[in-house]
Design a protein around this ligand. Sequence first.
Ligand code: GLC
Ligand code: MG
Length: 534
Amino acid sequence: MPDQEWWREAVLYEVYVRSFADSDGDGVGDLRGITARLDHLNDGTPASLGVDAIWLSPFYPSPQHDVGYDISDHIAVDRAYGTLADFDELLAAAHDRGIRILVDLVMNHTSIEHPWFVDARSRRDHPKRSWYIWADPRPDGAPPNNWLSSFEECGSAWSWDEGTEQFYLHSFMPEQPDLNWRNPEVREEMRRIWRFWLDRGVDGFRVDAVHRIMKDIDLLDNPAEIAQARRHLSHPALRQRNLDLPEVHDVLRELRAVLDGYGGRVALGEVPMSDDRRLVDYFGGDGMHTAFHLALWEQPWNGTAFREVVDGLAALMRPGALPTHALSTHDIPRTAYRFGGPRRARVAALLQMTLRGVPCVYYGEEIGMTNVPPPPGRVHDVDGRDPVRSPMQWDATGAGFSSGTPWLPAGPDLAEVNVADQAADPRSLLGLYRRLIWFRKRSAALRRGTYRPLTAGDDHFGYLREAPGERLLVALNFSSGAAWVDLPDDLGCGGRVELSTRPGREGRDVDLRGPLLLAPDEGVVVRLHDEEGS
Ligand code: GLC
Ligand code: MG
């Protein structure tokens, strides 16, 4: 594999900077905290997770209305998180260990406090005015059109600017005004920002909410039938006018050309659209390299549902394209919470690490952290996402995250669910994650092999991953009772269990001449014996 294409075989890890590790006791995670914890992520041995790259959530100066997704300076570091020198140190320390770093590119909007917006709103004829999207009210004083903010709490996507008596557009919070990507000056400035981070040595970008950067040029209403949808909605005939416009792809091609000029840099798209027919346009061609498979997040705990969503995307993707599979992110409920318990989190991890695609592990998933609702009075997020952003549970006391008071409370399960205890126990979820990732590194079938679905039902899903000289059967039990999985008879007579969510079974041989028996909530990876039965 040319080094340029490293991401195709990588395991990614999302560090939510504010919640990962706090080095200075202010209760807020920071860059030096991450540097100090790199051993957990990859120390070059199977005693660490073994991830190949980290995606850092936004650490740029920000008033933090949306925890950094409201940027007020794109080429600096927020004081709470450190300095540019701290960033360089983190990057160098990570690179020393072979860990690559992706930074978050928030292109759709800035903070309301960004100097560009401060200028833009200062007067109607300011040269920066057209860097954002402004419009007059309707005759009755109502917002210019029926577009909605993506966040329910925020109502209309338009807010009134008293000073200049016009509305400005915000696809998210009023504190996040949308940039006008039809303005060439905006594009040029953004290119400078891309280059700033690429020149500093980052290995790529996670591109935030990128399907939203272009809007209907005439700001026409969304069709009434779908006007209430805050996010992307598929309709057989109608299209939303405030997202997923064809012009988005021109910008993504520009971004790709810049990345290609550096070489070995990757763009991972956040394209929150569950219609895979639309999603596939965003990656695997001349735009971004890969994108999260959003629909995976929306599946119930059911084998048929997972098979359908995996196969559905595979059938639509461009040849050679690879999606990115995350079980959870800072926007999505924790796996253990969403699927109902730690045993299912184990099966989900086995699924994630064995599918064809790029796995991305959200911090804390490797120990089975669950949703932690903040007590009243400590709510930060307008969109209810605090519970998935609680501090990383490094040890039983919480001191591993911070010596101060953490910005959000840790989970009540801290005493049982923490890195220090699980690191010492190979049967733990962390132990399983480590085995899965290190096994994947050594397995051509998992890293770059073909995928062939074999069987699925409400209670199971089975598939084959294959590369020259290696055939792996993956079988997952989605029920909490035993399950018999029928397999096609071209798999040979047996194999060896390489990995199981129930550690006692690893290393044992299984007979595949009849159905395969899976224990309750069990997932396995079986190395098939070759035809001669060796
Ligand atoms: C993306 C981020 C989310 C943020 C939004 C606006 O969806 O993942 O956290 O609120 O964009 O930037
Ligand atoms: Mg700190």
